[in-house]
Each structure stands twice: as C-alpha cells, then as structure tokens.
Design a protein around this ligand. Structure first.
Ligand SMILES: [Zn+2]
Length: 217
C-alpha cells in the first residue's frame, strides 16, 4: 500500500455497500445475512479433458437484491461494491477453499473502448481484490478482447454464441503453462462468454482450469 492509499483508508471509513452502515467493514452483519439467502455455491464437476479437471462455481443466484446490486455495480457507477462482494466471498468457506486451490485468476476481459466508457472492468476489480485477499496471482495480459462486440444481454442464445466468436485471444501463454487457472466473470447466463474464454485458455497447457462467477442467471 502506498502513502496515498493509506491516507485514503484513513479518511474514508469503510461502510456497508448495501445499506451504508459504518463500522462493520464493506458489508454489515445484517446485509451479510440477507445475501446469505441467495448463496448457491453450486459446483458442477465435469471432465473436460482427462488430464484437466474442470470445476465450476457460482456464488449467488442472480435475483432480487443480488441482481439489483450487480446492476448497480455494472451500470450505475457503484464501482465500490466490489469490496462488498469480495468481503462476502472470502468469508464463505466453500468459495474461499475453491478459489484458494488455484494459482492464477483471470478476469473476463473488456474491450478498451468499453472500459474507457465505464471507467472500470467490473470483473477485473473483483478478481484483483480476490487475488489480493487470497494471495493468488491475477493476470490481465493473458486473455485479451480483440473486438468490441455487442452486449451479450441484448441477444438471444444463438446470437450470443456468434457474438463472442473470435472475440477473445490468448497471448503470453507461457505465463499460465502448467498452472491452475481460474476464469472469473460476473454473471453466468448461457455460458457463451465463458466457453469462448475457456477455449482460448486451453490452448495453453494448463494444469487445471476452473470457472468462477459471481452469480448465475
Ligand atoms: Zn448493511
């Protein structure tokens, strides 16, 4: 932490990202309990290749307050909510153990133009904080987005598949050689984005590949 960051921590007392309460970190006890009701932590084990175990975990169901918070986080400029989500995730034992079993976390990239427009990549912010808290690595220069495609949520299932075709690209693949790699995205809907990213990551000889999403629609 540099001096400015330290000063900011001192000036801004953390408050609950959901209700604004001060003194209980970025997520107060009450709101933590409310979010708990939406936890699914459903993992699905399926063999992708004989030598690589594919594991998938999503934290929440994408509905009601969780849906509202994620929408605010992505579209209403409430970027600070990444701290609230991360505080919740690291306290959840299943999620913690799952993430901790990987070496590297790779957030689904956002095209530069879109990132400039929003000011942040919501998946990257969460992945960065998780990496910091769990002491694993984060790489944002391994999977890149080469096309500024349409927003997935505006399309149907078939179009979503085509929309992400040849959009992601693996670079610097030696960085993940023989590593346990976890791909992170905010919402899992049809899985088209994740599948496209996974295909690229698997072009590197990774030891293990996992998927983590904040919520499943
Ligand atoms: Zn609260």
């Amino acid at each position: 932490m540099n001096l400015i960051e330290k000063a900011l921590e001192y000036i801004f007392v953390p408050s609950c990202g959901v209700c604004g309460k001060i003194g209980e970190g970025y997520l107060c006890k009450n709101c933590g309990k409310v979010l708990e009701r939406y936890v699914e932590c459903d993992d699905n084990f399926a063999n992708l290749r004989e030598d690589i175990e594919k594991k998938k975990l999503h934290i929440f169901q994408y509905k009601e307050i969780v849906r509202k918070l994620i929408i605010q986080y992505k579209f209403n400029n409430k970027s600070y909510l990444y701290k609230t989500f991360c505080e919740f995730i690291v306290k959840n034992k299943k999620a913690f153990d799952f993430i901790k079993s990987y070496d590297i976390i790779i957030p689904v990239p956002m095209h530069n133009k879109k990132r400039a427009l929003r000011g942040y990549n919501q998946s990257e912010l969460i992945a960065k904080e998780l990496a910091k808290k769990m002491k694993i690595k984060i790489f944002t220069d391994v999977l890149i987005k080469t096309k500024n495609n349409k927003v997935q949520s505006s399309l149907n299932k078939e179009d979503r598949k085509n929309n992400v075709k040849d959009v992601y690209k693996l670079v610097n693949k030696e960085k993940i050689y023989n590593k346990k790699v976890l791909i992170f995205d905010d919402i899992y809907t049809t899985g088209a984005t994740i599948e496209a990213c996974k295909r690229e990551i698997l072009k590197a000889d990774v030891k293990q590949l996992g998927i983590l999403t904040l919520a499943k629609d």
